[in-house]
Design a protein around this ligand. Structure first.
Ligand code: AMP
Ligand code: MG
Length: 401
């Protein structure tokens, strides 16, 4: 049995980065940057009006009302490119360039334009600089604004588009095959017969793998039969970057997945982790494919996939932060740890009236209780050897994707 952090380190050591590919900003959400994003212009590119109103010289409107001659109009996309003189004002719109000679914009609500007379009355003084964003105040041309290895989110799309990245480089999506094993399994559209259950793991794994940026192919359900498993594993290993199996890795008489991997000569990096749930997790390589042999219990699948396989999938795309986000929360209820294993227990997060982040464990029916797990948003990480943690104690958590 190896500790969880050593298992994650092994995953990272044996995972290599895939090549980069180009995408448009509209398809970049969730992808990992494979190049730095550099500003190709100052932002704003010119001194920009932040309000609709009048560009003025602050000194001209120190005492109000002040009557100024309207010298012209500066609109967004059609600026007024002359020098504005003392005693003058320029009608200006949000997003338009502020003319030379002006040093403030007075908002339109604090002005009164004389109908057709070519004059405006400024009703309140305005200090120099008001409602103007100076050229390059936000970003200077040449500055790096997003870095290789960052995950692109919706908030970043404006940056990509504004600096002209019609195409940008991101890590290629890993190709993942998922294979559920177990002679008791039937497909979701079938009615389970005596002693049978529907496969859910293939769907869970596909969902999390998609969130991690991978493309997914579901292989046919495999029975507990070493030859059948060997055939499917061999086929997948030749075609996919990663194979994720579930079931057949514990110590049962019918646990053939591990046996099949060994008979095929897979290089096994670990096969037992000091983890609850998820002890019998296997990590191996066969040919060019990484193989994650996850246990069969649905909650173990969610935990071990996100600790290990997700980390690999994101590292393959070049993520600088491949692991789940770790944080601290305050435990809302007492919970039990395990003597020899680290626990990652499903939990919901909420905030109390003081603003403290609380983590509350789900009603724990064990690693098979996927109905309880359905509302989990985080996992509480309890170190090995800790028997009981009392409510009110600070605990480490990871956010589920
Ligand atoms: P195993 O790891 O193969 O011993 O399976 C552990 C438990 O998980 C057993 O109760 C299995 O029936 C269940 N299980 C295995 N595979 C799946 C699956 N694909 N979907 C739902 N439950 C499963
Ligand atoms: Mg099984």
């Amino acid at each position: 049995m190896i500790p969880v952090n050593e298992a994650i380190a092994l995953v990272l050591r044996h995972t290599s980065k895939l090549e980069a590919e180009s995408v448009e900003p509209g398809n970049a959400d969730g992808r990992i940057l494979a190049e730095d994003i550099v500003a190709d212009s100052d932002l704003p590119p010119f001194d920009r009006a932040q309000m609709d109103g009048y560009a003025v010289r602050a000194a001209d409107v120190a005492s109000t009302p002040a009557r100024l001659r309207i010298a012209g109009e500066s609109a967004a996309g059609a600026g007024w490119h002359h020098e504005m003189k003392a005693g003058q004002a320029v009608r200006i719109m949000t997003g338009a360039p502020v003319p030379e000679g002006a040093d403030a914009v007075q908002q339109v609500e604090l002005t009164r334009e004389e109908n057709g007379a070519g004059f405006v009355e400024i009703l309140e003084p305005v200090e120099a600089g008001r409602s103007i964003v100076k050229q390059a105040a936000e970003i200077k041309a040449g500055e790096t604004v997003l870095r290789t290895g960052e995950e692109i989110n919706a908030a970043m799309i404006a940056t990509l588009a504004s600096f002209g990245y019609a195409q940008l480089k991101v890590g290629r999506r890993p190709r993942v095959a998922v294979m559920a094993t177990g002679s008791e399994l039937v497909n979701v559209d079938e009615k389970p017969g005596a002693d049978q259950i529907r496969d859910s793991n293939n769907y869970t794994i596909a969902a999390y793998a998609t969130l991690a940026g991978a493309t997914i192919e579901r292989l046919p359900l495999a029975g507990d039969d070493t030859e059948e498993l060997k055939q499917q594993i061999t086929m997948a290993a030749g075609q996919f970057d990663v194979l994720v199996t579930s079931g057949g890795v514990s110590m049962g008489v019918y646990d053939f997945t591990k046996a099949a991997l060994k008979e095929l000569g897979a290089e096994i990096f670990f096969e037992r982790v000091a983890l609850r749930p998820g002890k019998p997790t296997v990590f191996a390589r066969l040919g060019k494919s990484l193989v994650f042999g996850l246990p069969g219990n649905p909650v173990s699948v969610a935990v071990t996939f996100n600790l290990f396989a997700r980390t690999a999938l994101r590292a393959m795309q070049g993520a600088t932060q491949p692991e789940m986000i770790r944080e601290t929360a305050v435990l809302a209820n007492n919970l039990k740890g395990s003597i020899d294993r680290e626990s990652y227990l499903p939990a919901v997060l909420r905030t109390d009236e003081k603003g403290t982040l609380l983590a509350e464990t789900m009603k724990w029916g064990g690693s098979s209780d996927f109905v309880a797990f359905a509302r989990a948003t985080a996992l509480i990480n309890v170190p090995a050897g800790v028997k009981v943690i009392e409510a009110g104690t600070k605990v480490k958590i990871v956010h589920l994707p």
